[in-house]
Design a binder for this molecule. Structure first.
Ligand SMILES: Cc1cc2nc3c(=O)[nH]c(=O)nc-3n(C[C@H](O)[C@H](O)[C@H](O)COP(=O)(O)O)c2cc1C
Length: 288
């Protein structure tokens, strides 16, 4: 395929060639007032001691606070926060925090707040700074990390989906980290990795009430929260619907299907099939 010249000016990039994770950096000023600002030019730089860096500007409140207090927290942003995070730079200081509707708690090891709504946090102590061109780089040593408990109790391949991190793309776009692919899986692991369960639902004669529809939707939302829901929706002829889920086994998929209020109340019956994905990422089951 022919390659063509692309601008080296990042402001002209579409698509972004180096997408970075969207985070909120939380700090305090010397008067102890909190500040929260989005960043995406962020990267790990060392294992020992664990260190990260981000690039900003000396004019920002964030960088000023870090220079004054010597610490900051990195709060991971998930897709439910994307809109408010992209918008929040219209305001600053306490007004930004208020308009975002976020709440703050003290960090455990540093004198900076963490954002309660974020699913993971890195508490950092300022290591050093470096000016490079227009960039002002802050290096921080990670002194503590914390993460929502249910993410760590999920199987490794599900943890990224539960973390639901977003990365910055240009022009107001962002992307969600939803899928984790095992690049070095054995044959068995491979097939388990691509297995999904299809629950097809069929209407019975029993009448459907609005309360029941809401309970069914609550069940689907809970599956989504647990990272188990792949796709769902009704047939447009109103004769039933389909729910595709991730599960560890057919038995677990059966438990999920039978927990659906539609099935429990007998307004729909279900059939369950084990389904293997054929897609670009698995080279169409090796046949592509
Ligand atoms: C999604 C997103 C990512 C951003 N990433 C960065 C970044 O990596 N570095 C930076 O200096 N500014 C970045 N900004 C802009 C700052 O957040 C913005 O200048 C903000 O007003 C700084 O706030 P502060 O003065 O309270 O620190 C980003 C903004 C958004 C919405």
């Amino acid at each position: 395929m022919k390659k063509i010249e692309y601008p080296i000016n990042k402001r002209e990039w579409a698509p972004s060639l180096i997408p970075g994770p969207v985070v909120l950096i939380s700090t305090r000023n010397q008067a102890k007032e909190p500040n929260v600002a989005p960043k995406s030019w962020l990267q790990m730089v060392a294992f020992e001691p664990p260190m990260l860096m981000f690039s900003g500007s000396k004019e920002n409140a964030t960088e000023k606070n870090i220079l004054a207090t010597g610490c900051f927290a990195v709060n991971l942003v998930d897709s439910s926060m994307a809109t408010q995070v992209y918008r929040c730079i219209e305001w600053s200081g306490s007004e930004r925090i208020r308009k975002m509707g976020i709440t703050l708690s003290p960090a455990a090891k540093i004198d900076a707040p963490v954002v309660d709504q974020c699913r993971a946090h890195l508490e950092c102590v300022l290591h050093s700074t470096k000016e490079l061109g227009t960039g002002f780089i802050v290096f921080g040593e990670i002194t503590r990390a914390s993460i929502q408990e249910d993410i760590l109790t999920a199987p490794p391949q599900d943890r990224y989906r539960l973390l639901d991190q977003i990365v910055f793309l240009e022009d107001g776009f962002y992307s969600r980290i939803r899928d984790a692919y095992q690049a070095r899986a054995s044959r068995d692991e491979h097939s388990a990795h691509w297995t999904r369960y299809v629950i097809t639902l069929s209407r019975t004669e029993k009448p459907l009430t609005e309360t029941l529809v809401r309970r069914h939707v609550a069940h689907l939302k809970e599956l989504d929260r647990q990272g188990r829901l792949v796709l769902c929706g009704p047939y447009t002829d109103h004769k039933g619907g389909m729910v595709i889920v991730r599960a560890e086994s057919i038995e677990e998929a059966k438990t999920i299907a039978e927990a659906d209020p539609f099935v429990r109340e007998g307004v729909e019956t279900y059939a369950l099939r084990t389904w293997e994905l054929s897609c670009e990422e698995n080279n169409h089951m090796g046949m592509g």
